[in-house]
Design a binder for this molecule. Sequence first.
Ligand code: XMP
Length: 481
Amino acid sequence: GLVRFLDGHRPAHDLTYDDVFLVPNRSDVESRFDVDLSTVDGTGATIPIVVANMTAVAGRRMAETVARRGGLVVLPQDVDPAAVAEIVGWVKSRHTVWDTPLVLTGGDAVADALNLVGKRAHGAVVVVDEENRPVGIVDENACAGVDRFSRLSEVAEPPAVTLPLDTPAREVFERLHAAGARLALGVDGDGKLVGVLTQTAALRAEIYTPAVDDRNRLRVAAAIGVNGDVAAKAEAVLNAGVDVLVVDTAHGHQEKMIAALKAVRSVSPQVPVVAGNVVTAEGTRDLIEAGADVVKVGVGPGAMCTTRMMTGVGRPQFSAVAECAAAARELGKHVWADGGIRHPRDVALALAAGASAAMVGSWFAGTHESPGDLRYDEQGRPYKESFGMASKRAVAGRTRTDNVFDRARKALFEEGISSSRMLLDPARPGVEDLLDSICSGVRSSFTYAGARNVEEFYERATLGIQSAAGFAEGRPLPAGW
Ligand code: XMP
């Protein structure tokens, strides 16, 4: 199928997400909970969200958190294979329901706990004994007004809810609610600490389905570039145990990419391979013919991209996705819509254009789970930095082993933003808060369209074309207008 426009709505030029809107269809889908968001592109994601392979966004913490909610995180290509192996091993050793705790001992200082609590959306550290058995919980409140050198044994509160790991999430939720406690501790048969769950996390565990491999371990993807010995790199990353391989370069429709895909296919006939980026049907077909299962679409829509301003190259993202998705589907394959996702509506529109998933980068940089350090701006608001993978900063990181002249030469030709402050949304500081908002928005879009799953949504979605004023009308008014 193709994208369906309202009668009389004919695109006179290429469109981006802001140019289009969805109209409600007659629907028999009554509830957002009757909707299945699972992808059908073979990558195993149970929600149509992939986290972009950007150094400022995708690390181990992002990977475990997003995979628990069914999404997929792509580790960036500038992580060396040994580090990829270590991260993948770590992600795959995580519990699929219980979150990884921050752990200290009673002899550690309050200052140690305060340094750590900002690293977790749940904002607490578990105090354990020498046997890794939990003895207390410390959060920011417990540390308030206390000397920074005090021992945690003096300030920790006894855990209110400690449960076996196989306790159903709903029961964890109810026990926390009854106890008026914020954090449940999950322990193994020996009483040793394995994980933590907040009430919200327990609720999410009932709503989302983790993205897991055939051994029930969390799924994770990794990217490689098209330079050097691609087959060796692909093999190293696959040996590390990644579930999906992404072959990524800014200009994906080039000979080097075709050769890289053939090299990858020679070492890994089975694993799903994603390749990009392209914005044309021809590019999509060429990458699929060379071995890609999923084609990554987007040149220049990304928040950190300067490609369009530097080169004039790119294509408005909605049309790019629609054309490439149609071409991929003719061959029984799929596309990911990569870049420019800033609202839940953009994900819905990417799916309406025919993408099997949307890739999100910078929007997720400003969360507790992104790898960057939490900083505070002049007004005291928390933020993290994002930067483009083609920026001077990222290039300098990638070329660490080059000689000084080559490093400088490569960094001179940047096509990305080196530093942009991504504020943590006070109402949604964790990536899971953003996933909740995206998934509830997209589930609702499905009910408006009368679709129960991603494929039905692509078939049924009816779109219109709007002016900038039409888009502006849909934005909530700012406070005090
Ligand atoms: P968002 O908008 O989610 O987009 O941040 C993520 C995608 O942006 C691309 N990307 C770049 N493109 N120069 C570019 O032209 C860059 O430095 C750059 N960094 C990331 C990439 O496709 C990513 O998935």
